[in-house]
Design a protein around this ligand. Structure first.
Ligand SMILES: Cc1cc2nc3c(=O)[nH]c(=O)nc-3n(C[C@H](O)[C@H](O)[C@H](O)COP(=O)(O)O)c2cc1C
Length: 181
C-alpha cells in the first residue's frame, strides 16, 4: 500500500488533485493507495512530550501506525514562500528517524508560479533522507496551469506515470534493510 500524505488545507487544493492522479495510477497497478488528508486527520501541532513514547490513541501514535503500514509514500505539498508547507513538516516531525527505512517516497509540489516547486521537492528530499527513506529520482513539480487539458496535462500525466513507476518498482523489503540508528 502506498500512502499519499497531503500537505494542503485548501478547499479546492491543486496539490490534492495531483496527488489523487498519482493515487489512481497506484490503484490501477494494484498497488493500493490510501490518502491522509493532514488538515482533517492530523491537524494538531506535534507534541514533543509524546515523541519518545506516544500514548496509545495520540496523534503521534496514530500517524506513526499509518506510516508503518505503508510500503511507500507520496508526500504532496503546496509551495509556500519557496518551500513546503508547515502542515506537512508538522506531520513529518511526529515520525522517528527510521520511519521510512527501506521504502520509496515520491515527491509532489504545486506552486502558483514557475519557480519554487522544484525547490520544495528538493528540500523534502533531505527530510526523506533524515527519515531513512528513499526519495524517487523523478519528482512532480507543477502549477495549476499544468492541469489545463491538452499538452500541459498530458505532460503532467506522463511525469506522474514515471513517478509511480519508480515507486512501484522499488522492490526491496524494508524488513531486510540495515538501518543505522
Ligand atoms: C502563504 C503562501 C505562500 C505562497 N508562496 C508561494 C511561492 O513562494 N511560490 C509559488 O510558486 N507559489 C506560492 N504560493 C501559491 C501556492 O503555492 C499555490 O496557490 C498552490 O497552488 C497552492 O496549492 P494548493 O491549492 O494545493 O493549496 C503561496 C501561497 C500561499 C498561501
Amino acid at each position: 500500500m502506498i500512502l499519499g500524505i497531503l500537505g494542503s488545507a485548501a478547499k479546492d487544493s491543486v496539490t490534492r488533485e495531483i496527488l489523487l492522479r498519482a493515487g489512481e495510477r497506484v490503484d490501477r497497478a494494484n498497488g493500493g493507495f490510501e490518502l491522509i488528508d493532514l488538515a482533517v486527520e492530523f491537524p494538531k501541532p506535534h507534541a514533543l512530550e509524546d515523541y519518545d513514547a506516544p500514548p496509545p490513541g495520540s496523534q503521534t501514535a496514530l500517524l506513526r501506525a499509518r506510516v508503518a503500514r505503508a510500503d511507500g509514500a507520496v508526500l504532496a505539498t503546496p509551495v509556500y514562500h519557496g518551500s513546503y508547507s508547515a502542515l506537512l513538516k508538522n506531520a513529518l516531525d511526529h515520525l522517528t528517524g527510521d520511519a521510512l527505512a527501506g521504502r520509496p517516497v515520491g515527491l509532489i509540489a504545486a506552486g502558483g508560479g514557475p519557480r519554487g516547486a522544484g525547490t520544495a521537492c528538493d528540500q523534502l528530499r533531505t527530510v526523506v533522507r533524515a527519515l531513512s527513506g528513499w526519495a524517487a529520482p523523478t519528482h512532480v513539480a507543477t502549477t495549476a496551469a499544468d492541469l489545463t487539458p491538452g499538452e500541459p496535462l498530458d505532460f503532467l500525466d506522463r511525469r506522474l506515470d514515471v513517478l509511480v513507476g519508480e515507486l512501484l518498482s522499488f522492490g526491496t523489503s524494508s524488513a531486510s534493510f540495515p538501518v543505522l540508528r
